[in-house]
Write a protein that binds this ligand. Structure first.
Ligand code: TDX
Length: 342
């Protein structure tokens, strides 16, 4: 494999950091340049081991800052840019849509404009199945395919859909060499504690109530984060351009079943479950049809949920200092505003 320089934006976040480690391990000759502006969800301690690797560089930059990104790209001459940088929490987008539009849409546009200006040969946009809206619970035969119309429900998913449309428009108008992946819910190490799985693991460990929205019957299609990294690796090393790939695990589960499973694994009582007010506009079910990426690129999810959740719980048990530092900081204010308690 020829040596490449890959810029990973949002590489201090959950999926981005997993991708940084995946690539550093798999391609010891590659240079991985991480761009992250270290918002609340980006954490340098996540990249501690990567920072010791001479093939890794970290730059604290905002993807909306055209000049700074251009300077970096002029210096590094990336072969590939993979854009993970995004505001990603639906509940936060309901409270404050503004930053979602700025980072997710304008940030993507800025990155693509720099890439066009400097003729970067390849750009990949990491997107989400949420751009398709949701599916009804009583139609288990329905799945999102790449042909499903974009139909976002929350300010978060609308901002991701907006970015996707821009990427496809750049491909069509400027022949911009881009691809998009739309993944289902990821889980695994370094998942920020505001999201369902880490929040429930951490609250259970701390004997705190587990806040389940609505009736808990909403369904998500869970994918172990490493399988997602493998899919992106295949896409960016393929010669496909202008294509969208759905990435999902065919692993649908109701929220309440996940919560009960976590409690069972941690030997904590189900009395910790607390049903709380539903999320506004709460999507009912996400389910991905990953046939295209399987047929064209040979991707299949490898980690079974039973194994992935075990590994994830172990990771949170073995990395308490990582999440304890987060939940004792600014996150405390978010948590009490969101859930009305400390
Ligand atoms: O406290 C909670 N209680 C609860 O019942 C939280 C945080 C969530 N939930 C429910 C809402 C959802 O039905 O759990 C489900 C999963 O919620 P999140 O972890 O917030 O994920 P979701 O809204 O499904 O979006 C996630 O997957 C798609 C990511 O946050 C997105 O960034 C990604 O694009």
């Amino acid at each position: 494999m020829t040596k490449k320089t890959i810029v990973v934006t949002g590489g201090a976040g959950f999926i981005g950091s997993n991708f940084v480690y995946y690539m550093l391990n798999k391609y010891p000759d590659y240079r991985i340049v991480c761009v992250d502006c270290l918002t609340y969800a980006g954490n340098l301690s996540t990249l501690k081991t990567a920072l010791e690797n001479p093939n890794f560089r970290f730059e604290k930059l905002n993807i909306c800052d055209y000049d700074a990104i251009k300077n970096l790209f002029e210096e590094e001459k990336p072969d590939i840019v993979v854009n993970f940088a995004a505001e990603s929490h639906v509940d936060r987008s309901i409270k404050n849509p503004d930053i979602f539009v700025k980072t997710n849409i304008s940030g993507t546009q800025t990155l693509m404009d720099v890439c066009r200006e400097l003729n970067v040969p390849r750009f990949h946009q990491v997107s989400t199945d949420e751009v398709y809206g949701d599916l009804p619970l009583d139609r288990p035969d329905l799945f999102f395919t790449e042909k499903t119309p974009v139909h976002a429900s929350s300010p978060y998913s609308a901002s991701k859909a907006g970015a996707d449309l821009l990427v496809l428009a750049y491909y069509r108008t400027f022949n911009f060499p881009a691809t998009i992946s739309r993944c289902s819910n990821n889980y695994g190490p370094y998942h920020f504690p505001e999201k369902l799985i880490p929040l429930m693991i951490i609250n259970a460990l701390n004997d705190k109530p587990l806040p389940v929205y609505g009736d808990g019957k909403n369904v998500r299609d869970w994918l172990y984060v490493e399988d997602h990294c493998k899919a992106i690796d295949l896409i960016i090393h393929s010669n496909k351009l202008g294509e969208v790939y759905n990435v999902g695990g065919h692993n649908e589960m109701a929220n309440i079943d996940i919560v009960k499973l976590i409690l069972g694994k941690l030997k904590k009582p189900e009395s910790l479950i607390t049903f709380v007010e539903d999320r506004k506009g709460h999507d009912r079910r996400y389910a991905i049809d990953p046939t295209k990426i399987h047929d064209e690129l040979g991707w299949l999810p490898e980690t079974k949920f039973a194994d992935g959740i075990e590994k994830t719980i172990d990771w949170y048990l073995n990395n308490k200092s990582w999440w304890e530092e987060i939940i004792s900081g600014e996150y405390k204010n978010y948590y009490s505003k969101m859930y009305g308690e400390n």
